[in-house]
Design a protein around this ligand. Structure first.
Ligand code: FAD
Length: 497
């Protein structure tokens, strides 16, 4: 039992998923395993995926990446949250920020105090009590080792994969360029034995990581691990992506702007702006989608918008036999909350924890798959929330979103918030209480009840004084921050392309 059975790890695919997996495995387990990554320059990568969430910072710490170096190499900018425009009603806008709101206690979260104040006719907006949100609104940003800000990054997906490739190769990852023409399975066990390249070269392995994108060359085309479709809740199945030149604006947040049958993203990088429209092809033709996207760009597109088709759902067995899928091959949730890269990072982190040194046993596989399923489903619910809570009735698409049946798990959460202003982070939930609260309030849920903690803070005048002082402290701190663009230019300026 002492000789490890799994030593040769083969990663199929070199997009964000492939190189994230290779970098983390090399850094953490490089002394115990051999890693080979196969990718095809001809096939290329999906080429999108430029907005992240704060968990990326923890992952980068695991790799001991230098933030400035990584930002310079990827034309990166900072992200403090996402602005949702026209989602509940046309003209609405709210920010889902990454920050903590006010001061919560074990007894009740801060929004209950704010709800108390609102019921008395004061208190302003909930976002007034969030430093990151106010900094985003003011287009300000600052970070240092002692800075308490919660943030993520925007970066160029192609440059990110290239950067991690350099990192992985420097730590011993062997890269093979070329097309995989066939996957060789063991006749007795069905396990994958090797990838066979178009050149005839055979790449054997003990464990395979399928990062081949939507095609799922190993996990689906070979092992037929199955697919659970979530199209009944998330109708989006297409995206048009395009880039525009930078202008003076470099907002420290992603914009998500609801359109007639989908939504448009805007992601500012140092050298350009990433734009795209995610839409439902049942409700919008490609030409209509193109027109909507192009007429709503801030600058001339740098090329013709590129179409990407996708399916929303997850692989039934994310890990099957000796093959683990990561990235687009494992499932897909539209990028509304920028969660895909996080799922790759958590997927590889989990693999490192559950690494099958002594073989891919059913118990290990089941544990990995259970955790992954729960995580995917919890994020799915959070994304559905944005659609379900719309009040828009201007198009068939939005009416269908508003009227759709939703998973029971989500129904219960909305009811609880409506009834008692109670939001929670369940085990395996990526999104914190503050996230659920910001989105539910932003989407116009009006809680009918609340925890009465606010009444324990004294009379109305005392409550108002405490809230005003919290707000004033945040405003004063935000006023001292530099403009985001100025900070980026001094902290991590990239070379112009
Ligand atoms: P790919 O990039 O498709 O890479 C597949 C790799 O497999 C390539 O290297 C290819 O060469 C290789 N390959 C395939 N077949 C073969 C073969 N036969 N032989 C050899 N090699 C092969 N995520 C976020 O977190 N934030 C976002 O803002 C975000 N925005 C998105 C917007 C859109 C419209 C879409 C569709 C996705 C978005 N995502 C986002 C998801 C993100 O793009 C992906 O999670 C990420 O890029 C990972 O892709 P991948 O590496 O799995 O696949």
């Amino acid at each position: 039992m002492d000789k490890p059975l799994v030593q040769k790890v083969v990663i199929a695919g070199g997009g964000t998923a492939g190189w994230v997996a290779a970098a983390a495995l090399a850094q953490q387990l490089g002394r115990l395993i051999e890693i080979t990554l196969v990718e095809s320059d001809d096939i290329g990568t999906v080429g999108v995926g430029e907005a992240t969430i704060p968990t990326v910072q923890a992952f980068h710490k695991l790799l001991a990446l230098d933030e400035r170096e990584f930002m310079r190499a990827t034309q990166g900018t900072f992200k403090l949250g996402i602005a949702f425009e026209h989602w509940a009603r046309q003209g609405d806008r709210y920010i889902h920020s990454f920050g903590s709101i006010g001061k919560s206690t074990w007894m009740a979260d801060f929004h209950n105090v704010w709800l108390e104040a609102k019921s008395k006719g004061f208190g302003g907006e909930l976002g007034d009590y969030c430093f990151e949100l106010q900094a985003a609104e003011a287009d300000k940003f600052y970070t240092s080792d002692s800075s308490p800000m919660n943030y993520a990054y925007h970066f160029d997906a192609g440059l990110y994969a290239r950067y991690l490739r350099g990192y992985g190769e420097a730590r011993g990852v062997k890269r093979i360029e070329g097309k995989i023409s066939r996957v060789e399975q063991n006749a007795a066990t069905g396990f994958v034995d090797a990838l066979v390249m178009e050149t005839g070269e055979r790449v054997p392995g003990d464990l395979f990581i399928d990062c081949t994108g939507f095609r799922g060359l190993l996990i689906e085309q070979t092992l037929k691990a199955g697919w659970e479709d979530w199209g009944q809740w998330l109708a989006m199945d297409s995206a048009l992506a395009v880039q525009t030149a930078s202008n003076d604006e470099m907002l420290p947040y992603t914009r998500s702007i609801a359109r007639q049958a989908g939504w448009q993203w805007r992601i500012p990088l140092q050298h350009r702006v990433g734009n795209g429209l995610v839409y439902s092809s049942e409700h919008l033709t490609q030409e209509e989608a193109r027109e909507t996207l192009v007429k709503n760009l801030d600058a001339k597109p740098l090329f013709e918008p590129r179409l990407i088709r996708f399916r929303t759902g997850r692989r039934r067995k994310i890990w099957d036999k000796n093959c683990i899928s990561m990235g687009l091959s494992s499932g897909f949730l539209e990028p509304l909350e920028s969660t895909s890269i996080h799922l790759i990072m958590i997927g590889v982190t989990r693999l490192i924890q559950l690494f099958p040194f002594f073989g891919c046993t059913p118990a290990l596989i089941e544990r990995y798959n259970d955790l992954s399923r729960n995580e995917f489903e919890r994020i799915r619910d959070f994304i559905i929330l944005h659609y379900k809570l719309t009040e828009r009735d201007d198009t068939v698409f939005w009416r269908q979103c508003r009227d759709m049946e939703i998973p029971e798990t989500l129904k219960e959460r909305i009811a609880l918030f409506l009834e008692r202003g109670f939001a929670y982070q369940a085990p395996g939930d990526l999104f914190r209480v503050d996230s659920w609260v910001q989105v539910m309030l932003g989407q116009r849920v009006k809680p009918q009840g609340r925890h009465l903690i606010g009444r324990m803070m004294g009379d109305d005048a005392q409550l108002k004084k405490a809230l005003d002082s919290l707000k004033a402290n945040i405003s004063a701190a935000v006023a001292k921050l530099p403009r985001h663009k100025d900070f980026v230019q001094s902290y991590c300026p990239a070379q112009p392309e």
